[in-house]
Write a new protein. Structure first.
Length: 138
Protein backbone atom coordinates (compact mmCIF):
# COMPACT_ATOMS: atom_id res chain seq x y z
CA UNK A 1 0.00 0.00 0.00
CA UNK A 2 1.50 3.28 -1.06
CA UNK A 3 0.36 6.28 0.91
CA UNK A 4 -0.78 9.53 -0.60
CA UNK A 5 1.79 12.27 -0.70
CA UNK A 6 1.14 15.98 -0.34
CA UNK A 7 0.59 17.29 -3.83
CA UNK A 8 1.97 20.47 -5.21
CA UNK A 9 -1.16 22.55 -4.83
CA UNK A 10 -0.97 26.35 -5.11
CA UNK A 11 -3.72 26.67 -2.49
CA UNK A 12 -1.64 24.75 0.07
CA UNK A 13 1.49 26.33 1.54
CA UNK A 14 4.66 24.37 0.94
CA UNK A 15 6.62 23.15 3.96
CA UNK A 16 9.53 25.18 2.62
CA UNK A 17 7.79 28.54 2.13
CA UNK A 18 8.30 31.53 4.38
CA UNK A 19 4.90 31.30 6.04
CA UNK A 20 5.58 27.68 7.02
CA UNK A 21 8.96 28.68 8.42
CA UNK A 22 7.34 31.45 10.45
CA UNK A 23 4.97 28.87 11.94
CA UNK A 24 7.84 26.56 12.87
CA UNK A 25 8.05 28.25 16.26
CA UNK A 26 4.44 27.25 17.01
CA UNK A 27 5.22 23.59 16.22
CA UNK A 28 8.29 23.91 18.43
CA UNK A 29 6.13 25.20 21.30
CA UNK A 30 3.69 22.29 20.85
CA UNK A 31 6.54 19.76 20.71
CA UNK A 32 8.22 21.35 23.72
CA UNK A 33 4.98 21.23 25.72
CA UNK A 34 4.58 17.55 24.77
CA UNK A 35 8.02 16.64 26.10
CA UNK A 36 7.61 18.83 29.22
CA UNK A 37 4.33 17.02 29.97
CA UNK A 38 6.06 13.65 29.62
CA UNK A 39 9.03 14.79 31.71
CA UNK A 40 6.75 15.70 34.62
CA UNK A 41 4.66 12.61 34.08
CA UNK A 42 7.73 10.33 34.20
CA UNK A 43 9.09 12.23 37.18
CA UNK A 44 5.80 11.66 38.97
CA UNK A 45 5.72 7.96 38.04
CA UNK A 46 9.30 7.39 39.20
CA UNK A 47 9.00 9.41 42.42
CA UNK A 48 6.12 7.32 43.74
CA UNK A 49 6.63 3.97 45.46
CA UNK A 50 6.70 1.34 42.72
CA UNK A 51 3.56 -0.69 42.15
CA UNK A 52 4.59 -4.19 41.06
CA UNK A 53 3.81 -4.80 37.40
CA UNK A 54 2.06 -1.44 36.84
CA UNK A 55 5.17 0.72 37.17
CA UNK A 56 6.96 -1.26 34.47
CA UNK A 57 3.82 -1.23 32.29
CA UNK A 58 3.58 2.55 32.69
CA UNK A 59 7.24 3.09 31.80
CA UNK A 60 7.07 0.70 28.83
CA UNK A 61 3.91 2.30 27.42
CA UNK A 62 5.45 5.73 27.85
CA UNK A 63 8.65 4.75 26.03
CA UNK A 64 6.69 3.14 23.19
CA UNK A 65 4.44 6.22 22.92
CA UNK A 66 7.41 8.60 22.75
CA UNK A 67 9.07 6.49 20.05
CA UNK A 68 5.79 6.21 18.15
CA UNK A 69 5.36 9.99 18.31
CA UNK A 70 8.81 10.54 16.83
CA UNK A 71 7.98 7.99 14.11
CA UNK A 72 4.71 9.74 13.26
CA UNK A 73 6.52 13.07 13.01
CA UNK A 74 8.94 11.53 10.53
CA UNK A 75 6.11 9.98 8.49
CA UNK A 76 4.04 13.17 8.35
CA UNK A 77 6.61 15.95 8.20
CA UNK A 78 9.59 14.31 6.45
CA UNK A 79 8.08 11.57 4.31
CA UNK A 80 4.86 13.57 3.79
CA UNK A 81 2.86 10.36 3.54
CA UNK A 82 -0.64 11.39 4.59
CA UNK A 83 -2.24 7.97 4.17
CA UNK A 84 0.36 6.20 6.26
CA UNK A 85 0.25 8.94 8.91
CA UNK A 86 -3.52 8.45 9.25
CA UNK A 87 -3.23 4.66 9.52
CA UNK A 88 -0.40 5.10 12.03
CA UNK A 89 -2.72 7.20 14.19
CA UNK A 90 -5.13 4.33 14.90
CA UNK A 91 -2.76 2.12 16.96
CA UNK A 92 -1.09 5.24 18.36
CA UNK A 93 -4.46 6.47 19.64
CA UNK A 94 -5.20 3.08 21.21
CA UNK A 95 -1.79 3.12 22.89
CA UNK A 96 -2.43 6.62 24.27
CA UNK A 97 -5.84 5.61 25.67
CA UNK A 98 -4.31 2.48 27.19
CA UNK A 99 -1.70 4.59 28.96
CA UNK A 100 -4.44 6.95 30.17
CA UNK A 101 -6.31 3.98 31.64
CA UNK A 102 -3.17 2.69 33.38
CA UNK A 103 -2.47 6.14 34.82
CA UNK A 104 -6.02 6.44 36.07
CA UNK A 105 -5.96 2.97 37.65
CA UNK A 106 -2.64 3.63 39.38
CA UNK A 107 -3.91 7.01 40.58
CA UNK A 108 -1.06 8.98 39.07
CA UNK A 109 -1.52 12.64 40.11
CA UNK A 110 -0.91 13.79 36.52
CA UNK A 111 -3.42 11.41 34.93
CA UNK A 112 -5.92 14.24 34.48
CA UNK A 113 -3.39 16.37 32.61
CA UNK A 114 -2.34 13.41 30.51
CA UNK A 115 -6.00 12.64 29.65
CA UNK A 116 -6.01 15.85 27.60
CA UNK A 117 -3.49 14.27 25.23
CA UNK A 118 -5.64 11.30 24.07
CA UNK A 119 -8.57 13.71 23.77
CA UNK A 120 -6.45 15.88 21.47
CA UNK A 121 -5.34 12.75 19.57
CA UNK A 122 -8.95 11.84 18.81
CA UNK A 123 -9.30 15.25 17.11
CA UNK A 124 -5.88 14.89 15.43
CA UNK A 125 -6.89 11.51 14.00
CA UNK A 126 -9.98 13.06 12.45
CA UNK A 127 -7.88 15.99 11.16
CA UNK A 128 -5.31 13.62 9.68
CA UNK A 129 -8.06 11.72 7.88
CA UNK A 130 -9.51 14.94 6.44
CA UNK A 131 -6.09 16.16 5.24
CA UNK A 132 -5.49 12.78 3.63
CA UNK A 133 -8.91 12.85 1.90
CA UNK A 134 -8.40 16.38 0.62
CA UNK A 135 -5.02 15.50 -0.88
CA UNK A 136 -5.89 12.17 -2.51
CA UNK A 137 -5.45 12.11 -6.26
CA UNK A 138 -8.70 12.54 -8.12
Amino acid sequence: MSGTRIRSNPALPSFGCRKARRNLWSWSVIGGAYYVLFFFFLRSALARPPIPFWTSVTLTLTAVLLIANASWNWIFFRKKDLGLSFFFFVPYLLLAFTLAGVLHCTRNPLSGWYALYPAYLAYATWWSYRVWCLNRPD
